[in-house]
Structures are given as C-alpha cells and as structure tokens.
Design a protein around this ligand. Structure first.
Ligand code: NI
Length: 186
C-alpha cells in the first residue's frame, strides 16, 4: 500500500461525537472514505478489537468496521468487513443477554440485551451493495457498532446496571462463580 496509514485517536464516553447521530456517506467510493477505512483498519489492528465505528475515531459518518472470530461464530470466522450506511432489522422479538466491552469505555464491561437474529444491509468498502442475516455474537457485534452511529453506547441498552463494572473485577467474579458451579456439579 503506497499511502501512509495512521493510527487514530479513540473518543471516550462523554465526548459529544459519541452521543450524536452520524451522517450518511454520500459517495462510498470517495477517496476520503477509502482513506478513512484504511486508517480505521490500521487503528483496529493496533488496538485489537472486534469492531470500530467512525464516530469512535471522531468522524461523524455512518461507517463501521468489524470482524468475528471463529470461536464466537460456531467455528466460522467472519473476516474484516466494512459497512457503509448500514441498516439493521430484527428478524423477530427474541433477545439474549451477554457481556460487551467497547474501546470507548476502556476497562469496563456490561451485560447487554440484543436481538439474536437480524437482517443487515449496506455498502461494502468498494461501494457495492451487500446484505445478509446475522445471528448470535455476529448480530450482537453489528448492533453494538451500528448503535455508535446513532449516538448510543452499550450502557444505554443495559437493563441491569448491577451487571456493569470494571472488566478485571467482573472477570474475577465470573471465574469464581464458574468454579463454585463446577465444584457443585463435580
Ligand atoms: Ni463500541
């Protein structure tokens, strides 16, 4: 790649860009959008995360980047995918709760209810229309990232604030619970 890449600064909860509704992208093939995707990719690679939305790098446009590791998608990894102007639609009313974290809330995690099956559509990084159905963790990642485009962070989706805390503490508690349940079974 001939163009230089940049690691972008991540906005943290409290910054107004994370509480605003992002603008649709007029031309997904514009050089400025290609550049944004390259920089977001470099940033996600550097920080390590499942996904990143443009408002998280202080760009108020409807662009997300995400991937799903095989271990979270029944053995089938979803390679890094850019979605421009994404639209999500729940396929039914079924919701499930699971833990989420966010680069904009460093060190924290919370248990968030999400739709388990959704239809998604948008434009790919090359501007072509793309669509599909997502389930489980894949659906969760899409809902988390697309919420960023509407100024919504995961704590705003939580129904039980007792399930919100510092990741180190939560993970220690979950490990202790698993160990107690394990010994009860054994
Ligand atoms: Ni996030």
């Amino acid at each position: 790649m001939s163009e230089a890449m940049s690691i972008l600064k991540i906005a943290r909860m409290g910054h107004p860009v994370l509480a605003s509704v992002a603008r649709p992208v007029d031309d997904p093939t514009a050089p400025v959008i290609r550049r944004l995707l390259v920089d977001m990719l470099e940033t996600l690679d550097d920080i390590g995360g499942v996904g990143l939305a443009a408002p998280q790098v202080h760009v108020p446009l409807r662009v997300v980047l995400y991937q799903v590791p095989a271990a979270r998608n029944e053995g089938q990894a979803i390679p890094l995918r850019a979605l421009i102007n994404p639209v999500l639609e729940p396929l039914d009313d079924t919701m499930a709760e699971d833990w989420e974290a966010c680069l904009s809330l460093p060190g924290l995690m919370g248990r968030v209810p999400r739709h388990t099956r959704i239809r998604w559509r948008g434009r790919a990084g090359d501007g072509s229309p793309v669509e599909g159905v997502a389930e489980g963790f894949h659906a969760r990642v899409l809902q988390h990232e697309c919420d960023h485009l509407d100024g919504v962070l995961y704590p705003q989706r939580m129904t039980d604030m007792a399930a919100f805390g510092f990741a180190e503490e939560v993970r220690a508690r979950l490990a202790a619970v698993a160990s107690v349940q394990g010994s009860a079974r054994g």
